[in-house]
Ligand binder design. Structure first.
Ligand SMILES: Nc1ncnc2c1ncn2[C@@H]1O[C@H](COP(=O)(O)OP(=O)(O)OP(=O)(O)O)[C@@H](O)[C@H]1O
Length: 332
């Protein structure tokens, strides 16, 4: 594969499922559900892309198609230049996959033995395996539990083991489905640092599905958002914030507690002691608002906060923005 070729190329990919329906007590029928509904995108080598969307949006179904577990109902899909469902074994040697909710390791074996089996599975040369295992052991700090059976590992340790297993054969592409789910802050940081480094230093292309916005803010330069099977956004995080035009928040610290501030059409939507939060619409002049506040209240401190990615996405998922509902992809 040459550097110019996309690592992943999806053209109008559709996946339908036939599901049972029930209306009333006795009437049963079947209907077709379009879990992925005409998705097109390309991921270039070396990119780190977040694949986001609310529950049931179609993320896992997309990932299962990318890894060859599911076959698209229509459309064209190529990963590392291969058709995933037809060339599943060949593709497995070139990609790494981690599902946060389940492990690919052997439950009863010590981690080290599990990783040795992975080497056989992927036919990795023994010397290359030794070198890579030593590197991954150091980076993921696996040494203290290499001899522990997988079933006795904590969630964070197991996830580090799974990442090592997925990367032992040095894949070009790493596909991650919720890799930090259930992890504590320290383990999350270890995993994120490791992923960031893997992408930067080895040039591994990474596609990450997560509900953890910390993962996204820390790692992804580009995000794709899917909702009800359709790609609704594909671009940078900062552009997303700008596109959505989310409201800003004015945090006001008063000299003494007061009833919720009302200024023009704006009212505080949160009050805690002397602190109040006001949502400032984009079109509102924040400077004029601050001046009016200072005239009427004794203000100790004031700060204007841009909408965080969490608020931006919550607005999108609620359908606050027209383009979101239209299902029309937004150009990067
Ligand atoms: N094997 C299946 N048979 C029938 N319907 C399915 C199947 N797999 C997924 N679906 C449906 O397809 C839709 C998309 O599911 P998918 O698991 O891809 O969503 P998701 O974005 O990964 O959600 P979550 O964030 O909750 O994991 C959902 O409505 C789901 O119920």
């Amino acid at each position: 594969m040459t550097g110019a070729e996309p690592m992943i190329e999806a053209a109008d990919v559709v996946k339908t499922f036939t599901v049972r329906t029930r209306s009333g007590v006795l009437r049963r029928g079947r209907t077709t559900l379009r879990a992925v509904d005409g998705v097109s995108f390309a991921v270039r080598p070396g990119e780190f892309v977040g694949y986001l969307g609310p529950n049931g949006a179609g993320k896992s179904t997309t990932i299962k198609m990318l890894t060859g577990i599911l076959t698209p109902s229509s459309g064209a899909l190529r990963v590392c230049g291969l058709d995933p469902s037809r060339r599943r074994t060949a593709l497995a040697r070139r990609i790494g996959v981690v599902f946060g909710q389940r492990t690919t390791l052997w439950w009863d074996l010590p981690l080290r033995d599990s990783l040795a089996l992975v080497r056989r599975l992927y036919r990795v040369d023994a010397a290359a395996h030794r070198a890579r295992l030593a590197e991954l052991t150091a980076l993921l700090e696996l040494e203290p539990f290499l001899h522990t059976p997988v079933r006795q590992l904590s969630l964070g340790q197991r996830m580090r083991g799974d990442l090592a297993a997925a990367l032992l054969h040095d894949p070009e592409l790493l596909v991650l489905d919720e890799p930090t789910i259930g992890l504590d802050v320290v383990s999350k940081t270890t995993v994120r640092d490791f992923l960031e480094r893997t992408n930067r230093e080895r040039g591994t292309t990474i596609l990450l599905t997560t509900h953890d916005l910390g993962d996204i803010e820390r790692l992804c330069r580009r995000v794709m958002i899917i909702d009800r099977g359709r790609l609704a956004y594909d671009g940078g995080l900062d552009e997303l914030r700008r596109t959505v035009d989310a409201d800003r928040t004015l945090v006001v610290e008063l000299a003494e507690p007061a009833p919720p501030i009302v200024l023009g059409g704006i009212e505080a939507d949160r009050v805690e002691g002397t602190r109040q939060w006001l949502r400032v619409p984009r079109e509102e002049n924040a400077a004029a608002l601050v001046a009016a506040l200072a005239q009427r209240y004794e203000v100790r401190d004031i700060s204007l906060r841009e909408a965080g990615i969490e608020e931006v996405l919550a607005g999108l998922y609620r359908g606050d923005h027209a383009y979101w509902c239209s299902g029309r992809p937004v150009a990067p």
